[in-house]
Design a binder for this molecule. Structure first.
Ligand code: UD1
Ligand code: UDP
Length: 353
């Protein structure tokens, strides 16, 4: 069975690393070709993951990145179609909800190549998020929908996506953590405080709105008065912070780190403050409470279990949630994201389909 895996953004490299490892196992019967759209292109946003996580060298890199959503998606669509026509795969595998996900799914569906969507069924019900558009459309053109949680399975059911094509496999990011955590390593050349909160900040709805961005920065500064905040900064946020006049005093800003460094930081931090989807779950895997700087989350089960507090982009909410310490009493005991065998389940389903 020939599979084209379409990836292009940081979280997709991590998810694909876990699944690709299983697809490459002897007797899998799978020949996987990775196509990198080029959506993320800085060495610390792309190459580092291929090297550290032993992801096979992409069969092609389309070099599409840095544009608007329309430019990125359109250029990817055209270039992906050409790759798919050359390779004629039996399946196209896509991950998550980025512009690369949608372009891969659409290119394949229009060529009548079946699409398998990993991390299917997530919904924020906020159509202003580019990711929401990407994930809804991808789900509706996919032949196999691999959901991470019961909520995701139910979300699909509410849109009429039911039956044997929906398979709840758990979360491949849990597979990744279990596999790579023994290789975690300290970030090089950075002076870290002994105790710290780990933060990331890149979501368009926060970074592209100067008021929300300023509020989150102020919230992080308030936390850093008692617990230093370490912030590996996404390049889009760095550019915006450099262009504005933000007071960043007390926040330890570092360059984006590789995944092995990130899980080292997750293991040692006391708290996570983020607008990242992936990091909210990783906080749970490492039993670390999370303040989420968004108005809603797709990972609702974390909020229900008291381990994740939605603080929005409001400096007072961020500071008062931190000071209120409700985040210290959540329940981390439930296997909310499966048992770390999602990749095996995906392979089994692809072989059976
Ligand atoms: C994308 C995803 C988002 C995901 C995030 C993961 C979409 C719509 N969004 O957002 O869901 O959470 O990736 O990190 O696909 N840039 C660089 N170097 C890079 C990559 C990006 O400088 O290697 C800068 C460029 O100015 C670029 C901007 O960041 O225009 C935004 O990049 P883009 O990939 O469009 O969106 P992300 O914010 O990374
Ligand atoms: N991550 C990383 N280095 C960083 C920041 C994040 O390796 O400097 C990892 C993080 O641990 C998680 C994934 O990237 O596995 C999350 O990606 P991101 O936050 O960029 O996207 P999202 O999950 O929000 O789509």
């Amino acid at each position: 069975m020939k599979i084209i895996t379409v990836i292009g953004a940081r979280p997709q490299f991590i998810k694909a690393a876990a699944v690709s490892r299983v697809l490459r196992q002897a007797n899998s019967g799978v020949q996987e070709m990775i196509v990198h759209t080029g959506q993320h292109y800085d060495p610390n946003m792309s190459d580092v993951f291929f090297t550290e996580l032993d992801i096979p060298t992409p069969h092609a890199n389309l070099g599409v990145g840095g544009g608007t959503h329309g430019q990125n998606t359109g250029r990817m669509l055209e270039a992906l179609e050409a790759e798919m026509l050359k390779v004629r795969p039996d399946w196209v595998l896509v991950y998550g909800d980025t512009d690369s996900t949608l372009a891969g799914a659409l290119a394949a569906a229009k060529l009548h190549i079946p699409v398998a969507h990993v991390e299917s069924g997530l919904r924020s019900y906020n159509r202003r998020m580019p990711e929401e558009i990407n994930r809804v459309l991808t789900d509706h053109v996919s032949e196999l929908l691999f959901t991470p949680t019961e909520t995701a399975t139910d979300n699909l059911g509410a849109e009429g996506l039911t039956g044997s094509k929906v398979i709840q496999v758990g979360d491949v990011m849990y597979d990744a953590v279990l596999h790579y955590r023994q290789s975690a390593k300290a970030p090089r050349d950075v002076n870290l405080p002994p105790r710290f909160a780990l933060s990331t900040l890149h979501r368009a709805e926060n970074t592209d709105d100067p008021y929300r961005l300023a509020q989150i920065i102020e919230g992080l500064r308030a936390i850093s008065a008692s617990l230093p905040v370490v912030l590996p900064l996404h390049p889009r946020t760095r550019k915006l912070l450099q262009a504005g006049s933000f007071d960043l005093t007390g926040i330890h800003i570092i360059d984006p780190v590789g995944y092995l460094e990130m899980i080292w930081l997750l293991d040692r931090c006391e708290l996570v403050v983020t607008d990242s989807g992936g990091l909210q779950k990783e906080a749970y895997f490492f039993k670390k409470p999370c303040l989420t700087t968004r108005d809603e989350t797709e990972w609702v089960e974390l909020v229900q279990h008291g381990v994740n507090i939605l603080v929005g982009a409001n400096s007072e909410h961020i500071a008062s949630a931190f000071e209120g310490q409700a985040w210290q009493s959540g329940d981390f005991t439930k296997p909310l994201y499966g048992h770390g065998d999602s990749s095996e389940k995906i392979l089994a389903a692809l072989k059976q389909a």
